[in-house]
Design a protein around this ligand. Structure first.
Ligand SMILES: C[S@@+](CC[C@H](N)C(=O)[O-])C[C@H]1O[C@@H](n2cnc3c(N)ncnc32)[C@H](O)[C@@H]1O
Length: 262
């Protein structure tokens, strides 16, 4: 997309679609060793992903879904991390079409453009799923959780990265985001047919390995150099600024959860 093109309709499109497509180009310019860290931006660090991977215990040819996969970095990390133990291939769903296309081109995984409240998958067709940073942007958490439960087999495992709101009121909120409280989410998970097995505050987990943040930052800087004046970049920056403040003040925290479909 050139800087002459119109701004996207919403801040979420700017952040998750337009910037995602620019990120693909930046990775092409900087080298594929930048792909996984850059395509994990906005979600978990390797420490978070490793905690989830341990609990999800993917093995053999288990069928795995990443719902709201963004650019596909977490799924690519998982494939590398489980090499030799899990022989399956991730299926990615992501509603932003540019992001979905970029994910497919970057990592070659089957990727379907779809919202998580209406997954184009048969019931009971997935053994293990994760959804990272999506429960706060879906227009309907109950519908999304209901869909995840429908597509998972009974006994299937679900990993979640959730941005949760604490007790204190939020001074500002990024457009399109609605952060659940811990208690509200617990009720919604139970109502959807999930049992929570484990959870942890991501702040307690190890940080990223050497070089990870640097590669992600180089890609972000490249995108800024080429598109920093574009309205979509400014919109995405503003979303990022608000998130940074909320997380810096721990008004919103990153929680990881493992659940079983009952
Ligand atoms: C914070 S990003 C996380 C992306 C990816 N899971 C990761 O961890 O890198 C949130 C993602 O949710 C997607 N999203 C927004 N609304 C959605 C919906 N209704 N269903 C599924 N995904 C949605 C966005 O397009 C974006 O890719």
């Amino acid at each position: 997309m050139s800087t002459e093109e119109p701004a996207p309709d919403t801040a979420m499109e700017a952040e998750f679609d337009t910037v995602a497509a620019w990120t693909e180009q930046a990775i092409a310019d900087l080298g594929h060793d930048h792909a996984v860290p850059a395509a994990c931006r906005g979600s978990g660090s390797p420490g978070d992903l490793a905690w989830l991977a341990r609990g999800l215990d993917l093995r053999g040819d288990a069928r795995f879904l990443d719902a709201g996969a963004g650019l596909g970095g977490p799924a690519a990390w998982l494939v590398d991390h489980l090499e030799g133990r899990w022989t399956g291939r991730p299926l990615l769903t992501e509603p932003m079409v540019h992001a979905a296309r970029s994910a497919r081109r970057l990592f070659g995984f089957p990727t379907v453009a779809a919202v998580s409240e209406a997954l184009p998958l048969p019931s009971g067709s997935v053994d293990v799923a994760w959804s990272l940073g999506v429960l706060c942007v879906t227009p309907s958490r109950p519908r999304m959780l209901g869909e995840l439960r429908r597509v998972l087999v009974a006994g299937g495992r679900l990993g979640l990265l959730v941005l949760e709101q604490g007790d204190r009121p939020l001074p500002e909120q990024p457009e399109g985001n609605d952060f659940p409280t811990h208690d509200a989410l617990a009720v919604q998970l139970a109502d959807a047919g999930f049992r929570v097995d484990d959870e942890v505050d991501a702040a307690r987990l190890p940080g990223s390995p050497a070089g990870w943040d640097e590669r992600a930052d180089r890609v972000a800087e490249h995108v800024r150099r080429h598109h920093g004046d574009h309205p979509a970049h400014r919109q995405a920056d503003e979303q990022g600024r608000i998130m940074g403040r909320l997380m810096g003040e721990r008004l919103v925290t990153t929680q990881l959860m493992l659940a079983t479909a009952v």
